[in-house]
Design a protein around this ligand. Structure first.
Ligand code: SAM
Length: 216
């Protein structure tokens, strides 16, 4: 873990202090409930990263502090993308991942695919495979349905959040098992599949998946 908790809070405060209050509450809520700091060191130092569904750009802001060389943050929700902060190493693009060209050392998808029905996932993973450089990494942060207690709570919370706050575009709450994710990554062409639970102390069953595009 590179950036400590209080330093990260100060950094995010400086980054988002001019945002509307509702957005600031949302960003703080995400910081307190998502294991951003436990998932920074999967990014190799000096990497050029594509973050798909980057939201307000919390993870990009944290990884450029000490690890990533540059992050392209692509986000389809204009409520988040159009007020995006300015940072020399973070470039925001408003849209879906298919508007991006080029290849990246790392592609991150952080708490996004729960919005994506299973039938759309293979196509996304394949697009990601094509956009990762040989030897590069796919980093997927999701929830693990194997912990029934946390899982039930996560479902209830997301249903309430969608019904009353509408903070995230899209519909539905689709979570797959570790085996299903591993198989999808392999079908897309990735190797060296790994997963790690990063949820200790959190009410959500956070899990991070890593897979590599083989070097030629
Ligand atoms: C829970 S938020 C996570 C945002 C950010 N990755 C983070 O960790 O703070 C989910 C994000 O996924 C975006 N999203 C929803 N459907 C998407 C899709 N099909 N492709 C890319 N992003 C999508 C939403 O607009 C939202 O910003």
């Amino acid at each position: 873990m590179s950036v400590g908790y209080f330093r990260a809070l100060r950094l995010l405060h400086r980054t988002f202090r001019n945002y509307p209050l509702t957005q600031r509450f949302h960003i703080l809520g995400r910081f307190l409930t998502a294991p951003f700091l436990r998932t920074l060191d999967v990014i190799p130092v000096g990497a050029r990263v594509l973050d798909i569904g980057s939201g307000q750009g919390t993870y990009p802001r944290l990884i450029v502090e000490e690890r990533a060389r540059e992050v392209i943050a692509v986000e389809p929700d204009i409520r988040k993308a159009l007020i995006a902060y300015k940072h020399p190493k973070v470039k925001f693009v408003t849209g879906y991942d298919d508007c991006i060209r080029g290849q990246f050392d790392v592609i991150v998808v952080y708490d996004v695919i729960y919005r994506l029905p299973p039938e759309e996932r293979d196509a996304l993973f394949k697009r990601i495979y094509e956009r990762v450089k040989p030897g590069g990494l796919f980093v997927l942060k999701d929830l693990d349905p194997s912990n029934r207690l946390k899982w039930t709570w996560n479902r209830i919370q997301e249903t309430i959040s969608d019904k009353f706050f509408g903070l995230t575009i899209g519909e539905g709450f689709y979570i797959e098992t570790r085996e299903q994710i591993g198989e999808r990554m392999a079908r897309a062409g990735f190797t060296d599949f790994e997963w790690k639970r990063v949820d200790f102390g959190y009410p959500h069953a956070h899990i991070i998946y890593l897979a590599r595009k083989a070097a030629p």
